[in-house]
Design a binder for this molecule. Structure first.
Ligand code: DX5
Ligand code: ZN
Length: 219
């Protein structure tokens, strides 16, 4: 279906780190809207990815919005550092933030868009009291920490609930879906009410990543 105004956010976790500059150039040429940058600390999630210096280098060549997904404990300690590294959108996990409202204000106060990510077991309604303060809900459709996992079907219901909540509160937040997103399930994810598709392995394991991005964009 055309004209859904979908945002495509390739996750560089699945890219070739030895050729990172070329990967970013490919994404610049492509129909991708954002670069999705996954930061993992080995504590909040059982994996370690990359951090501030890598993002700062990506920012120098990126022509797209830098969408940073923090899978770290105590994200508030690093909000200013990620702003300096070039984050345009900064997403923290609900499960990592006892003072979520304060953290959202901190992110927005520095001029970034603020997102909140929900693990598969975290109900959507927990965002009810801050839905009008955030720019993005990130629905994790796998358990965070690794690329290449299968989409959890229960996520469709969570996307629908998020869409209902946004409509009910007349909020402007986008709904981003992350984990196991492919050209095959993109249409159903968008039908459920999502606007932003994150995809890592489906894009970077393809022979023609730009064609996959295009297929997601027009799903
Ligand atoms: C997982 C990350 C995802 C990951 C998605 O913890 O948040 O962004 O890169 O990878 P795929 O698309 O391969 O599931
Ligand atoms: Zn992610």
């Amino acid at each position: 279906m055309e004209n859904r105004n979908t945002f495509v956010a390739p996750s560089l976790l699945a890219s070739n780190f030895l050729e990172l500059g070329k990967e970013v150039e490919m994404l610049n040429r492509s129909e991708a809207d954002w670069l999705h940058l996954d930061v993992m600390d080995g504590r909040f999630v059982p994996n370690i990815s990359y951090g501030l210096p890598v993002i700062a280098h990506i920012k120098k060549v990126a022509k797209k919005t830098c969408d940073v997904h923090l899978m770290i404990e105590e994200p508030e300690k690093y909000v200013e550092d990620f702003k300096k590294a070039g984050a345009d959108i900064l997403t923290v996990h609900y499960e990592a933030c006892p003072h979520l409202h304060r953290n959202i204000q901190l992110i927005k106060g520095l001029g970034m868009k603020a997102g909140v990510a929900l693990n598969p077991h975290t109900p959507v309604h927990l965002l009810e009291n801050i839905i009008n303060d955030i720019d993005l809900i990130l629905i994790m459709s796998v358990n965070p920490g690794f690329g290449g996992q299968s989409f959890i079907p229960k996520s469709y219901e969570k996307i629908r609930q998020a869409r209902e909540m946004i409509n009910h509160y007349k909020a402007h937040a986008l709904i981003e879906v992350d984990g196991g997103v492919t050209v095959e399930n993109a249409g159903s994810i968008l039908d459920a009410g999502a606007n932003v598709l994150v995809a890592g392995s489906n894009i970077f394991s393809a022979k023609d990543p730009e064609a996959v991005i295009s297929a997601l964009k027009h799903a």
